[in-house]
Design a protein around this ligand. Sequence first.
Ligand code: CP
Ligand code: NVA
Length: 307
Amino acid sequence: MKDLLKLLDLSKEEIIQILNVGDQMKYNQKHGLTHNYLQGKTLAMIFEKNSTRTRISFETGMHQLGGHALFLSGKESQIGRGEPVEDTARVISRYCDGIMIRTYSQEGVEKLAEYASIPVINGLTDFAHPCQVLADLMTIREYQSKLEGLKMCFIGDGNNMVNSLIVGGLKVGMDVSVACPEGYDPHPDVLEFAKGVTDAQFTLTRDPIEAAKGADVVLTDVWASMGQEEEHAKRKAIFQGYQVNAELMKATNPGCLVQHCLPAHRGEEITSDVFEAHAGEIFDEAENRLHAQKAVLYLLMKENHLD
Ligand code: CP
Ligand code: NVA
């Protein structure tokens, strides 16, 4: 594994390895054990979209691993003035040891990785959010002590989050059910992948209650993602009914978890009461971004040194 571009590229074993190393990173951090495996290494972080969690967790994670993280705003660097991604990749590869990028196009990230000689990590594109889903799986396993055989349910837009959840969930042996309005389905490549999975069940429905039946974890995300701000009003009307609320939670298994990648829009994709009732596990999920990403950084960057 040179890069982390999307979960479709990873095997079940690679995903489980990241989760195991993430657990170890969390243990080390909580117990004050030194884990400066990336001493002297620099991660370039390119942001062409906003971020709170991704920026803070990558920057802090690199610091805790003994390395350094460099924040590059898409707008303020030459990227914003149209320098080709092929050149940016080769230049950063001469200075740094890894690249984390948050941008719009998945193809752009794939091209960056093709031209970079150092690992590239997808910090969110319109297509995927692999780092978030690794943290989600880590949190679900922490709470439920297993992943295989559990039922994951996603309610809402067929966006980057659900694309990654379907792939990640099915790969680790979870059943996955998704409810989204017509015209807002997950990406065709992801649905194609799901079709080929034989050892776990995938369901796509228009009925949120049907999707939530017997779920062990319910996930949702904003109705309008970054870059879709002008569609917000239109989407708000279309997505009415695709909400995680007390009524929907009644259909789930006892002890069902709720996860939200955040930021959340209370009163839209999730009600305030459900959010607050599950705030503990939602903020554990946010915390696990740090630990899961430290695992990714370690696994991708540890061998990539000159000595
Ligand atoms: N969940 C997530 O990626 O949060 P940020 O947009 O704040 O990075
Ligand atoms: N789907 C959301 C996720 C934010 C972390 C977005 O892309 O804006």
